[in-house]
Write a protein that binds this ligand. Sequence first.
Ligand code: BTN
Length: 266
Amino acid sequence: MNYEELTAAISPANPWRDKIQYYSTITSTNDVLKQMAAQGAPHGTVLIADQQTGGRGRLGRTFLSPPNVGIYLSALLRPACHPTELMHLTCAVAAAMCNAIEASAGFRPQIKWTNDLVFRKRKLAGILTELALRQDGTVDYAVIGIGINCCQKEEDFPTEIRGIAGSLEMVSSHPVDRSRVAAAMVMALENMDALLLTQKEKIMEQYRQDCITIGQQVQVVKGDTMRFGKAVDVDEEGALLVDFGTGIPEPVNSGEVSVRGMYGYV
Ligand code: BTN
């Protein structure tokens, strides 16, 4: 990846462009950005790294972040609102990342609820959003972290995730320029941020169109318990509505559970 190429692809009028920081290696863009946020970093600060030594995923998992093949990006938002107004944030980020990949890699991925980007049953990218609140309960900041597999070949993935992980290059038939994808990500996030609190319905409509989980039979895993049902919709808050056989869909929230298709990861 190349910082000059990356910023050259973003209009100078873009308010986030001059707040991009590039690292060849970092522990975790989310962790470093959270420290910067605590010290007052402004809305729109973006960290992009070529490699993470301590990349983190959802539900306490690690996120493999090898050098030169992926994009590890975090962006800082400081929306003036209550956390209840940001329930759709990860959905908004996922839809924005579909836009970014479509614009820069030439195909539109789908979303496995809540926020994995997939294509032909393989995970291409993951999203980890983290919120910090002020003492009065309003949002101090949100850190949005996105990791995208760009240039890996099948054999580059560890055996335990081979078959379920994929990269943009494995899907698209031509080489993928990581600087171009990273620039598209920044532009899509800035655009998403501008609409986040005013265009919630439109954002969720796009999310539902991209989400492949809707209509699927799913396994809902929470701790030691597993339930089977049919995902029928995603509500305005981003919860998956699952019919467990009662005919009355129940909301399932992403912080608590992992959802799988009946026959594997998707
Ligand atoms: C997941 O799939 O569980 C979410 C993965 C999120 C990974 C990104 S990479 C950039 C940012 N920094 C991190 O440590 N995690 C996120």
